[in-house]
Design a protein around this ligand. Structure first.
Ligand code: UD1
Length: 424
């Protein structure tokens, strides 16, 4: 297992390019299962979770060529099994995204249940409820979800109302509906930009749908989808993470090849923190002009609210800010694990239920710490940059799941960050 060694740093200063969005790439790669013709996906980020998805598709019998490191050409025609095994699913919950496409296109799916997750219970009941409403027969047995399409092999259009906004739930059912008999209406659908990107890809494949980006998505099922090419949109969470790192270190960071329209809620907070924000069609820059950030209050919400995937990074900034920041997590029930690690660096955080009260400190102190989940790990890097001494961060495989070339990008911004292989 690799570790990061991060030395105390002054303000970050420089520019980097955003990679393609992990949370868009994963459902889009799974959408290839809906067609017997190839799907060519570009701007695919180089990440462990993308690798896991590719392995999942390969073990089902698909081909998944990589003409260049950021492209994938998937052909699901040779598929030989509709099973997603525990060994792969347990490393990545998003594997559940094969469920909708498999049952819609192949009439059956056998997907291991993702099980518990570090950031909360994260059930998949809404995915299953939706497929049942579309006529699938669902059985839970041996730790697997077994789903079978109705007689005739085709799902039926249905009106599905989500009682909680779910991103992958919306994606799974939107994909399933593209091949269903009749119209499906998804109410209280997720509005995340990654859902919109998936809808665009499905449309390029011949799907008939509208309303993506709103709370009602309508899909009219078609008999078959065709070959298509799709470019994955930029990663707004990666973009936001580097901007917050710039703000926390009193620096100036510009992220290119991104899209400011996806980050409104985060940019408002960076502005409240005292950052000077400049944007263009494909870049965002935050410049703290050497000033310490001001603490901000955060309340996580489904898009277009403040993203839960940026909560940990903002907590790290608040640990270094002037004043007191309140952070309320409303999406996941156990998403403050990074607070324990930040405390080890000398942060002043008090957790009360789903709220963290953070009193800013001028500096933090280095200590050995451990990454606990994907986004939490980015917050630890941010805090370590502003800690006196050398911080060792263990279990950085969490970071490799979702941040492409994290040490290369931080180095480009002037950080002293080194990856070392752990000897024991
Ligand atoms: C996705 C993102 C993840 C992000 C999250 C919230 C991907 C691959 N992952 O995860 O990075 O943190 O959205 O923005 O896109 N829920 C249920 N029943 C269900 C499904 C969800 O109760 O069947 C609950 C969850 O426990 C949670 C809430 O709904 O409290 C939102 O979860 P959801 O949007 O489904 O998260 P993911 O799609 O797993």
């Amino acid at each position: 297992m690799d570790k990061f060694i991060i030395a105390s740093n002054g303000p970050l200063n420089g520019e980097i390019d955003a990679s393609g969005a992990k949370n868009a790439a994963l459902p889009i790669l799974c959408a290839a299962l809906l067609s017997d013709e190839p799907l060519h996906v570009t701007n695919v980020p180089k990440l462990w979770d993308v690798n896991t998805t590719r392995k999942l598709l390969l073990q089902m019998g698909c081909t998944a060529e990589q003409p260049t490191p950021h492209e994938m050409l998937i052909d699901a025609r040779p598929i030989s099994t509709c099973v997603a095994p525990y060994e792969l699913v347990k490393t990545m919950r998003a594997s559940i995204l094969v469920l909708g496409p498999l049952v819609a296109a192949r009439g059956e799916a056998h997907v291991s249940l993702p099980g518990g997750c570090a950031i909360g219970a994260r059930p998949v009941d809404l995915h299953l409820m939706g497929l049942e409403a579309m006529g699938a027969e669902i059985r839970l047995e041996g730790g697997f979800v077994h789903a079978q399409a109705p007689a005739g092999g085709r799902l039926k259009g249905a009106r599905i109302v989500f009682d909680t906004v779910t991103v992958t739930g919306t994606e799974n059912l939107m994909m399933a509906a593209t091949l269903a008999d009749g119209e499906t209406v998804l109410e209280n659908a997720a509005r995340e930009p990654e859902v919109v990107d998936l809808a665009r890809c499905l449309r390029a494949m011949g799907a008939q749908l509208e309303g993506e980006g709103t709370t009602t998505i309508r899909v009219r099922g078609v008999k078959a989808l065709r070959a298509a090419k799709h470019q994955v949109l930029p990663d707004r969470i990666e973009t936001g993470s580097y901007l917050v790192a710039g703000a926390a270190t009193r620096g100036r960071v510009r992220v290119n090849k991104t899209d400011p329209s996806m980050l409104d809620a985060v940019l408002v907070k960076l502005q409240q923190a005292g950052g000077k924000i400049s944007t263009g069609p494909d870049f965002i820059e935050v410049d703290m002009q050497g000033k310490r950030p001001l603490a901000v209050n955060i309340h996580t919400m489904p898009h277009p609210g403040f993203p839960t995937d940026m909560q940990a990074q903002m907590m790290a900034m608040n640990c270094l800010a002037e004043g007191v920041g309140l952070i309320k997590e409303t999406i996941f029930e156990n998403r403050f694990m990074h607070a324990q690690e930040l405390l080890r660096l000398g942060a002043d955080i008090r957790i009360e239920g789903n709220t963290a009260v953070v009193h800013g400190r001028e500096r933090l102190q280095a200590a050995p710490i451990m990454a606990t989940d994907l986004r939490a790990s980015a917050s630890l890097v941010i805090a370590a940059l502003a800690a006196d001494g050398e911080t060792f961060i263990d279990r950085i495989y969490h970071m490799d799941r979702g941040y492409e070339d994290i040490e290369g990008k931080f180095t480009a911004l002037g950080a002293k960050i080194k990856r070392v292989a752990k000897l024991i």
